[in-house]
Design a protein around this ligand. Structure first.
Ligand code: GLA
Length: 722
């Protein structure tokens, strides 16, 4: 619910309040974000901030350098990191924004050309738009806030409309939030690299700017577009946690700058690095959407807000709610060494244990017989490998009662390809300079609509040529020597963002044209696991690293923002192909179970015992997936902090609890542990196999675990009995 009383805006969800107010002189001040407030602010107290020596007093007898501000532009007295900066046509870089008016509507409009959360009929969602203006330069700024009352989330985005002379925009964050009195707090972010994505890093917020960013052209494996801010005492299930997440797949930055007085500004948005967007008179710029989630119930509480919002009001289409596929992918089974019969053999064995989809990975098209051969860009089946074509292969897979899926990497081109020979200027490059290769490929210039339309046409033709029901959409290189032959010289700073807009246009067109296909995003594994991609594809291949121990960490970190329903998780062969570790088959299955479960190996090479575990796991997965994917998730023990990992899921009806436990070492080395559960009915009793436990006991004392062996793993299902 959004209220406006005495020039103060209260954005209330069921459990939280976010507030801002119009201050003297039309300045929009940030007032509060946290637990739900039921009373109005004491107005005398609101702007009672002390003197700051040497600051410029640009606002009555105060300085915008220390006032808590809602969205501050650069160039004036506020010397902190600001949300907006740009250069006006006269060369000045001072923008002055003052409150004009506001509007509250009972819905949530779409963001033009960008992914965003949405409201459905009956949802309690309202949107507040605050209009700020630089009247000297005729620059209008619209701050949009949507309040998801039942989901406890607030989304923000900014639209700049230039009604004056040319304005060169070079910073435009989606959100900034000023925190007051933030000593002894931590910032959490998810960093990593290929095969080690989304490592949880928790660090002190010090009197400086601490930030994360991507400059790769993609959201990247290096950093995820998310930060959390929390007290030192905050744990997974206790204490205040504030999250900022960005629905965007390109270069971003997020961080916290704390000044000497313990006042801190958090921010998130497009990375100003190499970014400049020229706005002529009448042109506008829409930022991506930031999602703010506050929880008093610890980091897991914050994550549950993101899980539900992203699963139900960001993901779209047929597969948002439908059970997805249990798939087997041939990549690690064959790499580039396959033919039609080999794929059918793999599928046949998989179908015997209940797998329902066979995905043919890289190498089915043009001359692509290895990474160094040509082919990317030419989406025509390779007749040497598949002499009967994709259609026949898809039919043979369908005859086994399975769906057929296919791999693409549509944003790329190999130097040896008809596409590159015909259109050498269609790649991201700087004219006159050598363009570097990565994995022997160039990035296509998606800032050029002609290139986007080529991709739509080429991929669409393949999708229509056979019964393809699943697509793995891969992207395997970061950008370098960024330039575009398509854009004029003064717009070269727009490429990285226009690339993402082009990508979103391609994806929107294809997912609309093929609503029955399940799309899964991939970028050398989890190199573009972000909320932007989830809008088009409800799941992402979490990581190329399928080692059970590493995957526990990767999935745990990923779950800070993303639900398990969004994580592709497969069982692979041992010794593992990424880290060469051997873990028990059972553990590999148990680690993959909570995600979108599948296989990444040739089951024909498994032992009878392994096949039996695989078969049982598929059965168990089908039985439990609804709870893993739609239930509430509580993280209980972190693999980043101890040798034991534990997570708990509670079904929506609260009658079933799943406890997942993974241990790295055997009992002799580990301590006996009681793992406390959360969210149970304290008066109820719960049955695990033949044992009955009280809800109060499981939450008070906990479930006792003693691990029998190294790499032990358990999926325990408690059923409420009364
Ligand atoms: C990337 C993906 C893998 C596989 C290969 C194929 O690395 O992450 O899963 O599809 O490409 O080349």
């Amino acid at each position: 619910m959004i209220l406006c009383k005495n020039n103060i805006f209260y954005l209330n969800t069921n459990k939280t309040t976010y507030a801002m107010g119009v201050f003297n002189d039309g300045i929009l001040a940030h007032l509060y974000w946290g637990k739900r407030l039921y009373n109005s602010f004491c107005e005398d107290e609101i702007f009672d901030f002390g003197h700051r020596h040497m600051a410029a007093y640009d606002c009555d007898n105060k300085s915008t350098d220390y006032l808590p501000l809602e969205y501050s532009p650069q160039g004036g007295a506020d010397l902190r990191i600001t949300g907006l900066s740009g250069v006006h046509n006269d060369g000045s870089s001072l923008t002055v924004l003052r409150f004009c008016d506001y509007e509250i509507i009972n819905s949530k409009p779409k963001l033009e050309g960008l992914p965003s959360t949405y409201a459905e009929e009956g949802d309690k969602v309202e949107t507040l738009t605050i209009h700020l203006k630089d009247s000297l330069k005729n620059l209008d700024v619209y701050l949009n806030y949507s309040v998801f009352e039942d989901l406890d989330a607030i989304t923000r985005s900014v639209k700049i409309v230039n009604n004056g002379e040319r304005f060169r925009l070079n910073t435009v964050f989606s959100a900034t939030v000023d925190f007051y009195g933030l000593p002894k707090s931590d910032m959490i972010h998810l960093d990593g690299c290929w095969a080690r994505e989304r490592t949880v890093t928790r660090r002190d917020i010090v009197h400086a700017n601490q930030n994360i960013e991507s400059r790769t052209g993609a959201s990247s494996a290096y950093h995820n577009p998310f930060i959390a801010i929390c007290d030192k005492e905050t744990t997974e299930n206790h204490g205040d946690a504030y999250g900022l997440s960005l629905i965007y797949s390109g270069n971003f930055t997020a961080g916290v700058e704390m000044d000497a007085y313990n006042c801190a500004r958090a921010y998130i948005g497009i990375n100003p690095y190499k970014f400049e967007f020229v706005l002529e008179n009448g042109e506008s710029f829409q930022t991506p959407e930031a999602v703010l989630a506050y929880s008093p119930d610890g980091l897991s509480g914050m994550s549950r807000i993101y899980h539900k919002l992203y699963r139900t009001r960001l993901c779209r289409g047929k597969y948002r709610d439908a059970d997805r596929f249990v798939l087997i992918n041939n990549w690690e089974a064959t790499y580039f060494d396959f033919n039609e019969d080999k794929i059918v053999e793999i599928a046949k064995k998989a179908s015997e244990i209940g797998v329902d989809t066979m995905v043919l990975d890289d190498g089915w098209f043009a001359g692509r017989v290895n990474e160094w051969a040509g082919g990317l860009g030419d989406w025509i089946e390779n007749k040497d490998r598949l002499p009967n074509g994709l259609k026949t292969l898809a039919n043979r897979i369908n005859e086994l009662g399975m769906h057929f899926g296919l791999w693409f990497e549509p944003e790329m081109v190999n130097p040896k390809s008809c596409l590159f020979e015909t259109h050498p200027d269609w790649i991201i490059h700087t004219t006159g300079r050598k363009q570097s290769l990565s994995r022997n490929q160039y990035t296509l210039d998606l800032s050029n609509k002609e290139v986007c339309d080529y991709i739509i046409g080429a991929i669409g033709r393949v999708l229509k040529s056979a019964n393809i029901e699943y697509v793995k959409w891969d992207m395997n290189r970061y950008m370098s020597e960024v330039g575009s032959a398509f854009l004029p010289s003064y717009r070269q700073g727009e490429i990285m963002h226009r690339y993402i807009l082009g990508l979103y246009y391609v994806l929107e067109t294809l997912v609309t044209e093929f609503p029955n296909i399940l799309f899964e995003s991939c970028s050398s594994g989890g190199g573009r696991f972000d909320p932007g991609m989830l809008y088009y594809m409800p799941q992402t291949w979490t990581s190329d690293n399928t080692d059970a121990l590493d995957r526990i960490k990767i999935q745990y970190g990923t779950s800070f923002v993303y639900p398990y329903s969004a994580m592709g998780a497969h069982v692979s062969a041992c010794p593992n192909h990424q880290v060469w570790r051997t873990t028990p088959f059972q553990m590999r299955c148990n680690v993959a179970l909570p995600g979108q479960f599948g296989f990444e190996l040739d089951l024909n090479k498994c032992t009878e015992e392994e096949l039996e575990i695989a078969r049982e796991s598929v059965v168990k997965y089908k039985e439990l997936r609804k709870i893993f994917h739609t239930g509430d998730c509580y993280r209980l023990r972190s693999p980043f902090e101890c040798d034991l990992t534990a997570m708990q899921f509670i079904s929506e009806d609260k009658n079933t609890i799943i406890l997942c436990i993974y241990s790295k070492v055997a009992t002799a080395l580990a301590e006996d542990e009681y793992i406390r559960l959360y969210g149970l009915d304290k008066k109820a009793r719960y049955k695990l196999n033949e044992k009955i436990y009280g809800g109060d006991y499981l939450m008070g004392r906990g479930y006792h675990i003693r691990n029998d062996s190294e790499y032990d793993s358990k999926i325990l299902v408690f059923k409420k009995v009364d």
